[in-house]
Design a protein around this ligand. Structure first.
Ligand code: SAM
Length: 352
C-alpha cells in the first residue's frame, strides 16, 4: 500500500501495528477487487461506480465503498464527473497482459493468506502445518494457475543466467519439482546434447508443456507427472536440479528426498540446489528480508517447511553422499549450491 509518511509521522502518529492493520485491510480489499474484475474492467478507461457495478456484477450500493477504499489505498484515482480510474501503480503492476505483472502473485497470496493462515497460532503451538499446500492447490485450479504463472515469471528472468553460469550438466538432466520447465529448457538451449526429465505434480506439469512446446524441445524435454517423494526418478542422470523445493519440506523429508536424488544420479554426478537460505546474504534489503521472513513463516504454516540454513542443507547433502559443496551467490537473495555425488574422481575441467 503506497502510504507515504514523513519520519515524524512514522515515529509519533502511526505506530507499526496501526499501519499493519491498514495494510491488512488494503491487501484484502485489493485482492477482492482483483477477483471481482475491477482493475481489469478499468483497463478500458475511467468508469462510474454504476457502470462498473453493472460490468462486474456487483452491488451498486456497496461497490462505491470498496472503490473509495481503493482510492485511499492508492490502487485507484478519482477521475472527472465522479468516475474511477486505475492509478499509475495499478496500471503498471496489475495488468495481466504484461508478462511481468504482479497480478498473479497478488491473487495467489490473497487466496493463500485468506484460507490457510487462520491456524498460525496452532502451527506455532504444535509444530504442525495447517494444510498440505499442494493438495490444497491442486483442488483450486484458478489459484494453481496464478501460482504457476507467478513461479514461471520469477524463473523467466533467472533461468538464462543460471544456464550460462552452471557447471556443464553432461547429457542427462533430472529436474526435480521443475514444473514450468523454464530451467530445463534454458539448459537444453545452452547445451545442445542435453536431454532433460522434469518431474512435478500434474497441475504444475501442464505449464511446463506450454514452455517446452514454445521452445520446440518436445523431443529433448520429457515431462513426468508424479510425486517426487515416491515417483520413479530413474537412474544414471549426470545432473539433478533441486530448485526451490527444499524449503517446502521439513528436515526429515529433505533427508529422504536427497537420498532419492542421490540414487537417481550417476557416481560423480552433480546436484544443483537453488534456494534462499535462512542466513541471508549480506546486503539483502530490509524489504526483501521482511518478505523472506514472512515467506518462511508461510512455509511453516502451509506445508511444514521454512527457509533452511545453508549449514542444514549442506549437512543433509553430506549425509546423502554429496561432497565438494560450493555456495555461489546470484543476483539477490537466491543462491546456487553445487555439490558432487561421491564415487567418481573429478577430472580437470569438469567444473567451471
Ligand atoms: C517453489 S516451486 C519451484 C519450481 C521450480 N523448480 C523453480 O525453481 O522455479 C516448487 C515446485 O515443487 C513442486 N513440488 C512440491 N512438492 C512436490 C511433490 N511432492 N512432488 C512433485 N513436485 C512437487 C511444486 O509443484 C512446484 O512446481
Amino acid at each position: 500500500m503506497p502510504l507515504y509518511l514523513d519520519p515524524e509521522e512514522l515515529r509519533y502518529q502511526a505506530p507499526g501495528p496501526h499501519l499493519d492493520l491498514i495494510g491488512a485491510m488494503a491487501f484484502r480489499a485489493a485482492g477482492a477487487a482483483q477477483r471481482l474484475g475491477i482493475f481489469e474492467a478499468l483497463t478500458a478507461g475511467p468508469s462510474s461506480a454504476a457502470e462498473l457495478a453493472a460490468r462486474t456484477g456487483t452491488d451498486p450500493g456497496t461497490l462505491p465503498v470498496l472503490l473509495d477504499g481503493l482510492v485511499g489505498f492508492g490502487y485507484l484515482d478519482r477521475g472527472a464527473r465522479g468516475t474511477y480510474a486505475n492509478s499509475p501503480m495499478t496500471a503498471n503492476s496489475l495488468d495481466r497482459r504484461d508478462p511481468w505483472s504482479y497480478a498473479p502473485a497478488l491473487a495467489f497470496w490473497h487466496d493463500l493468506l485468506g484460507e490457510l493462515w487462520d491456524g498460525l497460532e496452532e502451527t506455532v503451538r504444535t509444530g504442525r502445518p495447517q494444510a498440505d499446500f499442494y493438495t490444497w492447490l491442486e483442488g483450486r485450479p484458478r489459484t494453481l494457475r496464478d501460482f504457476q504463472t507467478m513461479l514461471d515469471g520469477m524463473a523467466a528472468g533467472m533461468a538464462p543466467l543460471i544456464a550460462e553460469t552452471a557447471p556443464d550438466p553432461g547429457e542427462r538432466l533430472l529436474d526435480v519439482g521443475g514444473g514450468h520447465a523454464r530451467h530445463s529448457v534454458a539448459l537444453c538451449q545452452v547445451h545442445p546434447r542435453l536431454t532433460a526429465t522434469v518431474v512435478d505434480l500434474p497441475g504444475a506439469i501442464e505449464g511446463g508443456r506450454t514452455r517446452v512446446e514454445e521452445a520446440g524441445l518436445g523431443d529433448r524435454v520429457t515431462l513426468v507427472p508424479g510425486d517426487v517423494t515416491t515417483a520413479d526418478l530413474g537412474t544414471g542422470h549426470d545432473t539433478a536440479l533441486l530448485f526451490n523445493v527444499c524449503h517446502g519440506f521439513d528436515a526429515a523429508a529433505n533427508r529422504a528426498l536427497l537420498g532419492r536424488v542421490a540414487a537417481a544420479l550417476r557416481p560423480g554426478g552433480t546436484l544443483l540446489v537453488l534456494e534462499t537460505f535462512a542466513d541471508l546474504p549480506e546486503g539483502t534489503s530490509p524489504v526483501a528480508e521482511a518478505f523472506l521472513r514472512s515467506f518462511s513463516l508461510n512455509l511453516a504454516v502451509t506445508q511444514g517447511g521454512r527457509l533452511h540454513s545453508f549449514a542444514d542443507v549442506a549437512g543433509w547433502l553430506a549425509e546423502a553422499g554429496f561432497e565438494h559443496l560450493e555456495r555461489r551467490g546470484l543476483d539477490g537473495p537466491d543462491e546456487l549450491l553445487v555439490a558432487r555425488l561421491a564415487g567418481a574422481v573429478r577430472t580437470t575441467g569438469e567444473g567451471r
